[in-house]
Design a protein around this ligand. Structure first.
Ligand code: PLP
Length: 384
């Protein structure tokens, strides 16, 4: 049987064996809010994981709020800041290339009366701190810019943006979901007030994430109930997933340098090969600071979906700009922010590499893609 090649780590990374092992111990444990010994054991597991995650984020354990994932962490940060700041104003600033977890939250807040300014990016997918600063107003109650983009991998100048926000006394929210495992997460050095993480992007379980909330940052809770997480996120803690999250983050942090070197070298190998075999291919964000493991490639004149299906039939799992953009004939909001919507038909493929990606896999992709692209250009949908 043909070996599959998984190049969609930015969508999710497989759980690591050590993580599965770490999740076994708490499987049968009690409710961490219970006072009995079994409950106290569960509480210890949660507290221990929180402390280990805080050590990597260089923050206090009490500044970590566990959530159901990156989406909830983003919703909580932005809606929480907007609602907590309502007496001061209703204006929010964000980048135009945020994940839908942010953009759709902003849509919902608009329905509650918020006014939103989306700041564009340059043709490399990077926001200019001066343009961002100019968008902040005296009634701005939150600003949100992601650390690294999920479609094209570009890295934003977070520290400069956070400083600009603080100069206007605006809390700064950062979606670090794609950055974790590849970039430093020192919250003090980044200068952020809130930072969103999701465990399944770096080998942890799906359905668990966290929001770092700097002490003193006012955030209205999104979820109400039993008062867990110091009243900031009610609901019985997902003890096993929290233990897996801490293990995955520790492993990712320990291996970060080696991981970055290995994936960047494979990404460069892919891009160098495609530059020769597909000379009209455009590598998005190529000269910007970007994640080592993401390569976003636009092929003009080709619809994206048949190409993805053809790749899948050849055993290669990749995605369009992002999972959400699949099925749409329009460029994604990220590609549109880079080049405008008038780009015409073009397939933007995202290849995202991971710990297990090999040079042989990259070489196989580099050999197959030009042939599939040619077939699509000729209007032949089925690969031979
Ligand atoms: N933010 C970014 C940048 C992402 O890439 C994702 C997931 O694709 C999310 C947020 C949402 O995270 P989750 O899948 O944990 O809800």
């Amino acid at each position: 049987m043909m070996e599959r090649i998984y190049l969609d780590y930015a969508a999710t990374a497989p759980m690591r064996p050590e993580v599965i092992e770490a999740m076994r111990a708490p499987e049968d444990c009690a409710n961490p809010s219970s006072l009995h010994a079994e409950g106290r054991r569960a509480r210890t597991i949660v507290d221990d994981a929180r402390a280990r995650i805080a050590a990597i984020l260089r923050c206090k354990p009490s500044e970590i709020v566990f959530t159901s994932g990156g989406t909830e962490a983003d919703n909580f940060a932005i809606a929480g800041a907007a609602r907590a700041g309502r007496a001061r104003g209703r204006h929010i600033v964000a980048s135009a290339i945020e994940h839908h977890a942010v953009l759709r939250t902003l849509d919902a807040l608009r329905d509650e009366g918020a006014e939103v300014t989306l700041v564009g990016v340059d043709a490399n997918g990077v926001i200019d701190p001066n343009i961002f600063a100019a968008a902040l107003r005296s009634d701005t109650v939150a600003a949100s810019v992601m650390y690294a983009n999920n479609e094209i991998g570009t890295i934003q100048p977070v520290r400069a943006l956070a400083d600009a926000a603080h100069a206007r006394k605006v809390p700064f929210v950062c979606d670090a979901v794609q950055a974790a495992g590849a970039l430093p997460l020192d919250t003090g050095a980044l200068g952020v007030d809130a930072l969103a993480l999701s465990a399944h992007k770096f080998g942890g379980p799906k359905g668990i994430g966290a929001l770092y909330v700097r002490d003193g940052t006012p955030l209205s809770p999104l979820i109400h109930g039993g008062g867990q997480e110091r009243g900031r996120r009610s609901g019985t803690e997902n003890v096993a997933a929290i233990a897996g999250f801490a293990m995955a983050l520790e492993l990712a942090e320990r291996e970060r340098d080696a991981y970055c070197r290995a994936t960047a070298s494979l990404r460069d190998r892919l891009e160098a090969a495609l530059a020769k075999s597909l000379p009209d291919a455009r590598i998005n964000g190529k000269t910007a600071p970007r994640l080592p493991n993401v390569s976003s490639i636009t092929l003009p004149g080709i619809p994206v979906e048949p190409l993805l299906i053809a790749l899948d039939l050849e055993g290669i799992a990749a995605s369009a700009g992002s999972a959400c953009a699949t099925g749409s004939l329009e460029p994604s909001h990220v590609i549109a922010a880079l080049y405008g919507r008038a780009a015409g038909t073009a397939a933007t493929l995202r290849f995202s590499l991971g710990r297990s990606t090999t040079a042989a896999e990259i070489d196989r992709l580099a050999a197959i893609l030009p042939r599939l692209a040619a077939l699509q250009r000729e209007g032949t949908a089925t690969p031979v």
